[in-house]
Design a protein around this ligand. Structure first.
Ligand SMILES: Cc1ncc(COP(=O)(O)O)c(C=O)c1O
Length: 370
């Protein structure tokens, strides 16, 4: 079986640490954050990049920048993590969950259309597992209804569809660099946008509105403690230099594991769309076995981590704080999560680890009757 490309060099990660420490503590310093932002604009070919403390903060600052506030409604897929919904609630707006299509993982636009009201302000597509929906359909839907698109591209750095990179479909793309992401820095996030006014608002909002955008005064609004720490920015910038190699490694790891599982009983790899360049964030398998969630949870106990087995990912509309309304549950999202085994990888997973995962999954799938 073809092996993996070598683990990208890790020595460079600590290279700038002594210089950074020598300049500390200096509360006015944002040198590494600035460098990271500059490099992001080059690597992702966007006009503006703003580094923040997390992917959740990226969404929070961006939704604030497009004017989401009390009484607004924001559409988002139920097929997501709680962190997509949280900033909407914190801004006083209402998250309105939209179902997904089990055949494509894309939004169910008929369901989305039925949930648009006069209060709907924005739509937040989520490229879960790095998989990206059709950008033309999304733009057409949003334009027709006057909605702003803010992408939750937390897991999707490196994916594109029909030539449109994740994060470049609408007004802004929000990314996380939390460990586990292909571009990681322990914690952190960033926003990519071509709109100067949004970038300026996000910069002000991430730091208590101390550096206001043009036309505003310091502290005219409240903001967040949402800056990216300098040491994290240093790590993020070093990993950004490694990003092509990190992406290549993740693609190879996912392909390796899927090849090793080609004959596993009841498991079929999910294929990306023909016009999709997928970052291969997570090996994705459709599970055609009884009680597929219990299967994922059992595998997690055996040391094979997955979204549902390890992190108990469920549709966001079924989280306790969002239930109780009169909305029907998003059944497509539930079906996708119940029936998808999404293996969690990091760059350090080598052939031996992936072989161990493949052996455990193949053995347990063959024996699974529960
Ligand atoms: C799809 C998605 N959205 C948002 C987030 C939030 O990012 P963070 O954990 O950096 O706040 C994550 C993080 O895992 C995510 O996977």
């Amino acid at each position: 079986m073809t092996g993996l490309p070598a683990l990208p060099e890790t020595e460079c990660l600590g290279d700038s640490m002594p210089a950074a420490l020598a300049g500390m503590p200096d509360p006015t310093r944002a040198e590494f954050t600035g460098r990271f932002e500059h490099d992001l604009t080059q690597v992702f070919a966007r006009r503006h990049a703003v580094a923040v403390s997390s992917g959740t903060t990226a969404l929070h600052t961006t939704l604030s920048a497009i004017g989401v506030g009390p009484d607004d409604e924001v559409l988002l897929p139920a097929l997501t993590v709680i962190m997509t919904a949280q900033p909407i609630v914190q801004l006083g707006a209402k998250p309105v969950f939209v179902d997904s299509d089990p055949d494509t993982l894309d939004l169910n636009y008929a369901d989305a259309a039925s949930k648009v009201t006069a209060r709907t302000k924005a739509i937040v597509p989520v490229h879960l597992w790095g998989r990206m929906g059709n950008p033309a359909n999304l733009r057409a839907f949003a334009t027709e209804r006057g909605l702003t698109i803010v992408e939750d591209a937390a897991q999707a750095a490196g994916t594109s569809r029909a030539g449109v990179p994740a994060g470049a479909v609408g007004a802004a793309g929000c990314f996380s660099t939390k460990d586990g992401k292909i571009l990681w820095s322990n914690e952190g996030g960033f926003v990519l946008t071509d709109k100067a006014d949004l970038a300026a608002h996000i910069r002000a909002f991430r730091g208590h509105w101390l550096t206001p955008p043009p036309g505003s005064r310091p502290q005219e609004h409240l903001g967040l403690p949402g800056r990216m720490p300098e040491l994290i920015a240093l790590l993020a910038q070093a990993n950004l230099q490694r990003f092509p190699a990190l992406l290549e490694r993740r693609r190879a790891q996912t392909a390796y594991l899927l090849r090793a599982l080609a004959d596993a009983r009841g498991l079929t790899p999910l294929q990306p769309a023909t016009d999709e360049t997928w970052n291969h964030y997570s090996p994705l398998l459709h599970v055609d076995l009884p009680h597929p969630r219990a299967f994922a949870e059992y595998l997690a106990q055996l040391g094979v981590p997955s979204s549902t087995g390890s992190f108990r990912l469920v549709p966001c509309d079924t989280r306790p704080m969002f239930t109780g309304g009169d909305r029907a549950p998003c059944r497509g999202a539930a079906e996708i999560l119940d029936r998808t085994l999404a293996i969690v990888l990091t760059e350090r997973d080598d052939e031996a680890t992936l072989d161990r995962y493949a052996a455990a999954i193949t053995r347990e799938a063959a024996a699974w009757h529960a």
